[in-house]
Design a binder for this molecule. Structure first.
Ligand SMILES: [Zn+2]
Length: 511
C-alpha cells in the first residue's frame, strides 16, 4: 500500500513537473497578449472547432461588412472544387481619389488548409481596420483585397492540399487546381502593387529534433522573399529594404523574434539551411515576376496547434498592418518603381535567367531548448537564395514561338497574364530552336522550319516579360518544359520552342 502511494505521488509529481515545464517555454518566450480578441479562436474552447470554421469565417466577414458598409464589402474570387465560395473582402473608403488611382494591396490566407492561423490573422487584421479610426486616412488612399481562406476545402479537411491533392503554393505555374486559377485570375484582375501571402511554419522540424530532441524554433515569424534573378532588381531591393527589413523591426519591437525563412536539407549527413527562395511555383516569387512587391509570411504554428494562439494571430495582424502602413507612406515611390520596372520589362533588355546558384553563407539560428528552457544558437552552413549568381542566361529574343500547341499551354500563359497571338498563315523561315543534347544540357540550333497556322507567338516586349523568361527558358526549375506542359517527342532532342527575330515577327501573320 505504501509502495502504491509512493508510486502515485511520484507519477503525479512527475506529471505536474512536465506540465510546468511545457507551460514555462510559452510563458517565457511566447506570452499571450493581455487584451481581448474577438475571434472564435480565443473563446477558450479547446476542441476541434478551436479555429474559425469556414462557415464562421463567412459569417464573421458578413457581419462586419454589414456593420461597416462604407468601408468593407464581401465578394468572391470563385469556388473551390467542393463548391465552397472562396471569399474576398474589399476594404477602402470613398475619397477624392478614384479607386482605380489608389495603391492596391492584396492579402492572401490559408492556401494551405492545415494552416488556420493565416485565416485568423487576416480576420483580426480586417477587424482592427474596421475598429480603429486611425486607419481611415490609409483607406482614403489605399484599396485592399483580403482573400482570407482560399483553400476552404483543405481547411475543412485539415489538409495542406486542395481536394484533388494539389499543394496550391506549388501550383502557380502548373495550375492543376481550380483554386490556383481563381487566385491568379483575381490577382491579375485587381492588379495589386503589393501582395502578402500568410502561412504557418512548423517549429518542430524533424531535422531540428535530430540535432536535439529538446529543440524548438525560437521564431514567432519567418520572412520569405524572392532572389529570382528574373525579378526586376529594383523590385527585389524594394521588397527587402522598404518592406521586409522595416517590418522585421516593427514586429521585433512588439516582442517577437523573427528571421528569414528557411528549410533544411542534408549535405552528407550535415544539416544545412536553405534560406529564401526563387521558385515561381510559389507566391513570393510568382507575383514578383509580375512586377509586384511580394512577400510570404510564415507564422509559428502547425505542430503548435492552439498553443499561444492569440499571440500568433496578433503577430500576423501586426505584420499585415506594418506592410499596409509602409505601402501608404510610400505610394509615390512604389508606383514609380513599379512603373519603371514595367518599362524595363517592355524593353525586354535584361537577360532571361534559366538557372542560377545561391551564395553560400554561415547562418545563426536560435532554438529554444524545451528541456532547459533556455536559448541555444546553432551556426549552420546555408544556401542563401536571396543572393544568386546566374548560371545559364540568354538575351531575350524578339519573340518566342511554340508549336504544337495545347490548351494547357494557353491556359498557363493567359492565367499568368502573358499576352500571345496565334499564327494565321504558315511561314517558312530560319529560326533558333532549343535542343536538349543530353539531359539538362540545352543548346540553340539554327533550323529551317515551317511555322504552321495555330502556332503561338509571344512577343517578349510586354509587361509580363519576366514571367515569360521564367516559363519558357527550358532549363528553369519551373518552366513549362520542366513541368511537362511543353513536351518534346519521346525519342527526339528538339524542344518545340523557337526564338525569332524582329524581321520574322513582322513577316508572321497573326490574329
Ligand atoms: Zn503554407
Amino acid at each position: 500500500m505504501k509502495k502504491l502511494l509512493l508510486f502515485i505521488i511520484i507519477v503525479c509529481y512527475g506529471a505536474t513537473a512536465l506540465r510546468a515545464q511545457a507551460v514555462d517555454i510559452y510563458q517565457k518566450y511566447f506570452p499571450e497578449p493581455a487584451h481581448d480578441m474577438p475571434l472564435p479562436i480565443v473563446s477558450g474552447k479547446s476542441d476541434e472547432n478551436y479555429y474559425t470554421s469556414y462557415r464562421n469565417v463567412m459569417e464573421f466577414i458578413r457581419q462586419l461588412a454589414e456593420k461597416h458598409p462604407d468601408l468593407m464589402s464581401v465578394g468572391s474570387i470563385g469556388r473551390t472544387q467542393r463548391n465552397r465560395v472562396q471569399p474576398m473582402v474589399q476594404i477602402t473608403r470613398k475619397s477624392s481619389i478614384d479607386d482605380r488611382e489608389k495603391l492596391r494591396v492584396a492579402f492572401i490566407g490559408c492556401i494551405h488548409g492545415n494552416e488556420p492561423l493565416a485565416t485568423e490573422g487576416m480576420l483580426y487584421f480586417i477587424y482592427l481596420l474596421m475598429q480603429d479610426q486611425k486607419y481611415l486616412p490609409i483607406l482614403d488612399k489605399v484599396i485592399i483585397q483580403v482573400m482570407p481562406m482560399v483553400n476552404a476545402d483543405g481547411r475543412h479537411a485539415e489538409s495542406r492540399a486542395s481536394n484533388n491533392g494539389v499543394d496550391l503554393n506549388r501550383d502557380l505555374t502548373i495550375l492543376d487546381a481550380e483554386e490556383s486559377i481563381n487566385i491568379k485570375t483575381a490577382i491579375n484582375k485587381f492588379d495589386p502593387h503589393v501582395v502578402v501571402d500568410f502561412h504557418e511554419y512548423s517549429p518542430a522540424r524533424q531535422d531540428y529534433k535530430e540535432l536535439n530532441d529538446c529543440f524548438t524554433s525560437s521564431y514567432d515569424e519567418l520572412f520569405l522573399y524572392t532572389g529570382n534573378l528574373n525579378v526586376d532588381p529594383a523590385i527585389r531591393d524594394m521588397i527587402r529594404n522598404m518592406f521586409v527589413e522595416p517590418t522585421k523591426k516593427a514586429v521585433t519591437e512588439q516582442g517577437r523574434r523573427v528571421t528569414d525563412y528557411s528549410t533544411t536539407f542534408r549535405v552528407d549527413d550535415e544539416v544545412w539551411l536553405n534560406i529564401g527562395g526563387i521558385a515561381s511555383r510559389s507566391s513570393a516569387t510568382n507575383y514578383a515576376l509580375q512586377n509586384r512587391v511580394s512577400m510570404l509570411m510564415e507564422i509559428r504554428g502547425l505542430s503548435e496547434k492552439e498553443k499561444a494562439g492569440k499571440r500568433r494571430i496578433e503577430t500576423a495582424a501586426i505584420t499585415a498592418l506594418s506592410y499596409l502602413q509602409i505601402a501608404y507612406q510610400n505610394i509615390g515611390e512604389i508606383k514609380a518603381t513599379l512603373t519603371q520596372a514595367d518599362a524595363r520589362a517592355i524593353a525586354a533588355s535584361s537577360p532571361s535567367v534559366a538557372t542560377s546558384k545561391p551564395e553560400k553563407i554561415k547562418k545563426d539560428y536560435v532554438f529554444v531548448n524545451e528541456c532547459t528552457v533556455s536559448d541555444t544558437t546553432i551556426t549552420f552552413n546555408a544556401n542563401y537564395n536571396i543572393t544568386q549568381t546566374a548560371v545559364i542566361a540568354r538575351p531575350k529574343p524578339e519573340a518566342f514561338v511554340i508549336f504544337p500547341v495545347s490548351e494547357k499551354i494557353k491556359t498557363v500563359l493567359s492565367v499568368s497574364g502573358v499576352e500571345f497571338k496565334e499564327v494565321t498563315q504558315s511561314l517558312q523561315t530560319k529560326v533558333q530552336q532549343y535542343v536538349e543534347e543530353k539531359k539538362g544540357s540545352v543548346n540553340l540550333n539554327d533550323r529551317d522550319v515551317t511555322i504552321p497556322a495555330g502556332a503561338l507567338v509571344i512577343d517578349t516586349h510586354q509587361r509580363m516579360s519576366n514571367v515569360i523568361a521564367d516559363l519558357i527558358e527550358p532549363e528553369g526549375a519551373n518552366s513549362m518544359y520542366t513541368n511537362n506542359i511543353i513536351k518534346k517527342k519521346f525519342d527526339e532532342k528538339e524542344i518545340p520552342i523557337y526564338r525569332i527575330s524582329k524581321e520574322q515577327l513582322l513577316q508572321l501573320h497573326t490574329n
